[in-house]
Design a protein around this ligand. Sequence first.
Ligand code: HEM
Ligand SMILES: CC(C)=CCC/C(C)=C/CC/C(C)=C/COP(=O)(O)OP(=O)(O)O
Length: 298
Amino acid sequence: MSVTLTLPRGRAREFFELTKPRVVTLIVFCAVIGMFLATSGIPPLLPMLAATVGIALVAGSAAAINCLVEQKIDAVMARTRARPLPRGQISNAQTLLFASLLGGLGLSLLYSLVNPLTMWLTLATFVGYAIIYTVLLKPATPQNIVIGGASGAMPPVLGWVAMTGTISHDALLLFLIIFAWTPPHFWSLALYRKQDYARAGLPMLPVTHGDEYTRLQVLLYTIILTAVTMLPVATGMSHGIYLVSALVLDIVYLVYAWRIVVNYSDALARSAFRYSILYLSLLFTALMVDHYLPILWS
Ligand code: HEM
Ligand SMILES: CC(C)=CCC/C(C)=C/CC/C(C)=C/COP(=O)(O)OP(=O)(O)O
């Protein structure tokens, strides 16, 4: 599933594209679900709005820095060569200024209208993606996305901390779900985009270890993901509605992963990648419905 957004036009659209809006939409969605799960009623409106906007701005800023750092790589990959920087539509200085404004505004909102811990954790997430993943890990090791996935997994924790001021065990379970989801999400794409990554000189798993090994890793991580998605039920955070939804979503994902191992095609990997996005969206929706339906009925 690709998240549909109405994009702004012209110059504004070029800046908007720097923020990787579709990825950031799902990131913010997971953060908002974290906010709802952290509270038993309706979360307080002002901190919730400020946290949502603040996290979105900082995530967009991190994405813009990623575009700035990777513009030469983006220029040689078919998937990314139409981005604003490789096309010369936006300059380095403009990108840096834009990212600083977004990031600064987002962090200020979090600090002043949410709480300082949320601000610090969001800043750490920014550094994790824009510097540690993008600058250090991505060009250095095929485990880049496994380690870098830790920043992508932070949004529900950020949402949780925004509402409670503390990190709870339940929030860490949400972190673990996205952390285990990231390798099958990314490696499905890397399998059918292998030529792009090889041309760009990036050590992604299919380039360094071959297709067969990567396909097996997709299956193994999908099995780990299935186990991890059962943890919210095991700890009593979530119940029947979530359990049934997670099992259905997991079984479909496992079938995709199994077929990737035994009957690979690029079209199948592309479908598995699209499914990974639908999967995460629906899994987090199920967590939310499971949390609120009993409250509404009682
Ligand atoms: C290190 C972690 C991650 C890596 C390496 C990664 C990699 C990628 C890549 C390369 C794409 C581009 C696909 C394309 O345009 O052809 C993509 C798309 C996407 N990713 Fe991820 N991803 C990561 C984490 C996440 C997280 C945490 C989320 C959300 C919670 C997410 C949500 C999405 C969405 C919604 C898309 C589709 C964008 C579109 O339709 O253009 N990703 N991911
Ligand atoms: C709250 C906050 C600060 C969040 C920041 C975390 C964040 C924006 C994670 C996004 C993950 C992402 C876009 C990965 C794309 O991989 P890539 O960059 O390797 O993909 P590309 O080849 O498309 O550039």
